[in-house]
Design a protein. Structure first.
Length: 452
């Protein structure tokens, strides 16, 4: 058994703008849909907001030094669109550009590779209120313009670009069940929004490849997916597990890697699923230099007993195994699912380059002592990394792994009570302290994963 990760394996940690920056009304930043969402009573646990978050905007140097302490080779962050274009359209905001320049230069000075995400859910509020946000086909053009501004300003130094983070969440959580901004609840909007997200991703990639080829970088899409094991070995349950993965991941990945939505979605949804024109299909197909994957957990899929209910498009019954250990989010710890998902992607998309752009766990950390002694997090990462290595040994082209997250931060509708950080952020003082998992991760990086 080979015991090693490839020599140039990318070891990193990830964050996102709204979850850590704070300073929402500073530096000329416009408001985002999350600034609005957090104002709605009852939407966020404890009424938390991203107003201050980790105050990363003001603690940039300290956080860069923290990354050095962790020995990170790469850092994945997101650019807040409303810092760059406060209303989502028009000229760029010099103060916003300056902030990310400081971040990027600070990373490079410390030998850490910047991985920039263009969109991690903080849509400029004006685009939502005045133009219906992702529901409007024109957003493809607006996103392209925003992306161009980023390539122009940062592309001389940023060589790894991610267009969108988890478009499934923007579609389903944002427009299906209303858990995420803009908080809409509808059964058709997710498909329209997803369509425009996919086209926007492809537009940004087209611009990058046509106008910025000389920058010599790579650009790709990041999708999230949990794995599905069939509950039993029956043909119906196996089909349910497959269908569930297709509705979750292939919905976004098939257009990019195969040129259209999965056939099963077309069969079930008919006209409710938008259609790519020939030109759109050509723009979308092949529009990712790598397969970005955010992965956390697994569920068991089975064929439901009754007939399909309204709004239940994929018609899959999901459960968890009661013996699985659970994280604070109640997500099962199932490292084998990670390996199987990597193999599923490898087989379905013809052996792509894959990066795990997020993996991690929230833990109940009632006091400082418990937080700093987070052996369960260390075990979570260790067990998932072991399966990553197994997947590599079985032929999967996995090239990197980013822990979510560098530090405790604003976990969307769960506020600050759900902590994913390798580093603790003290709620009152915002002081950062590496947890045991952070020190362990440093060693992992140092020996290129030989100790896992
Ligand atoms: C996915 C998202 O990209 C990130 O923003 C979130 O905090 C983590 N997963 C954990 O839920």
């Amino acid at each position: 058994m080979g015991e090693r990760f490839p020599e140039d394996f990318v070891w990193g940690a990830a964050t996102a703008s709204y979850q850590i920056e704070g300073a929402v009304r500073e530096g000329g930043r416009g408001l985002s849909i999350w600034d609005a969402m957090t104002q709605i009573p009852g939407k966020i646990l404890n009424g938390d907001t991203g107003d201050v978050a980790c105050d990363h905007y003001h603690r940039l140097e300290e956080d860069l030094d923290l990354m050095v302490e962790l020995g990170l080779k790469a850092y994945r962050f997101s650019i807040a669109w409303p810092r760059i274009q406060p209303d989502g359209k028009g000229a760029s905001n010099p103060q916003g550009v300056a902030f990310y320049n400081r971040l990027i230069d600070g990373l490079l000075k410390r030998g850490i590779e910047p991985w920039a995400t263009l969109y991690h859910w903080d849509l400029p509020l004006a685009l939502q209120t005045e133009c219906d946000g992702w529901l409007n086909r024109e957003i493809v053009e607006w996103f392209g313009i925003y992306a161009r501004i980023c390539f122009e300003n940062f592309g001389d130094r940023v060589k790894k670009w991610i267009t969108l983070n988890e478009p499934w969440c923007s579609s389903v959580l944002g427009h299906g069940i209303g858990l995420h901004a803009p908080g809409r609840v509808d059964c058709n909007e997710p498909y329209v929004v997803a369509h425009h997200l996919i086209l926007s991703h492809a537009k940004a990639v087209e611009i990058y490849r046509n106008e910025f080829a000389a920058q010599n970088g790579q650009i790709g899409l990041v999708n999230n997916c949990d794995f599905r094991f069939p509950l039993t070995d029956s043909a119906a349950d196996r089909a349910a597990a497959e269908r569930s993965l297709e509705f979750f991941l292939a919905w976004f990945a098939d257009p990019v890697w195969k040129g259209d939505y999965p056939a099963v979605m077309r069969e079930i949804l008919g006209d409710r699923l938008p259609v790519f024109t020939k030109a759109e299909r050509a723009m979308v197909l092949g529009s990712s230099d790598f397969f970005g994957l955010n992965h956390y957990t697994t569920m068991l899929a089975s064929e439901p007993e009754g007939a399909r209910e309204d709004g239940e498009d994929q018609h899959v019954h999901l459960t968890v195994d009661s013996t699985w250990e659970k994280t604070q989010m109640d997500w099962g710890v199932v490292p084998a699912g990670c390996r199987e998902l990597l193999k599923w992607i490898d087989a379905r998309y013809d052996h792509p380059i894959i990066y795990i752009t997020e993996n991690g766990c929230a833990l109940d950390e009632p006091d400082v002592q418990a937080a700093l002694n987070d052996t369960a997090r260390q075990e979570y990462h260790r067990s998932y990394l072991r399966e990553c290595r197994n997947a590599i040994e079985q032929g999967v082209d996995l090239r990197g792994y980013f822990a979510w997250s560098l530090m405790d931060n604003f976990e969307w509708s769960f506020g600050y009570e759900y902590r994913f950080g390798l580093c603790r952020v003290e709620p009152e003082t915002l002081e950062r302290t590496p947890k045991a998992s952070a020190r362990w991760y440093r060693e992992v990086i140092e020996c290129n994963g030989e100790n896992i």
